[in-house]
Structures are given as C-alpha cells and as structure tokens.
Design a protein around this ligand. Structure first.
Ligand code: SF4
Length: 40
C-alpha cells in the first residue's frame, strides 16, 4: 500500500515499479471495486 490517502479516504495501492509489471491482470481480476484496467 502507498502512504497516501485518496479522496475517498482509502490508503490506495501505489503502482511504484511499472517496469516490473508483466500484464498478468491479476490485480484487475481481484480488485473489489473493479477500478483497474490492464493493457500493455
Ligand atoms: S498486471 Fe497487476 S498483478 Fe499483474 S504484474 Fe502488473 S501490476 Fe502486478
């Protein structure tokens, strides 16, 4: 988790190393709010 609190009051995940993303989309499939879209 990132250290910042978003406008909704949540400590949102922080995408800190985009170079390591494989595009597997596991984050999008498990996000309870369906707010992640993955494209590469
Ligand atoms: S698509 Fe999401 S879960 Fe998969 S490597 Fe990238 S950030 Fe991680």
């Amino acid at each position: 988790m990132g250290g910042k609190i978003n406008r909704q009051g949540y400590a949102a995940a922080d995408f800190t190393r985009p170079e390591d993303c494989t595009g597997c989309a596991a984050c999008a499939e498990t996000c309870p709010d369906v707010c992640i879209r993955v494209w590469r």
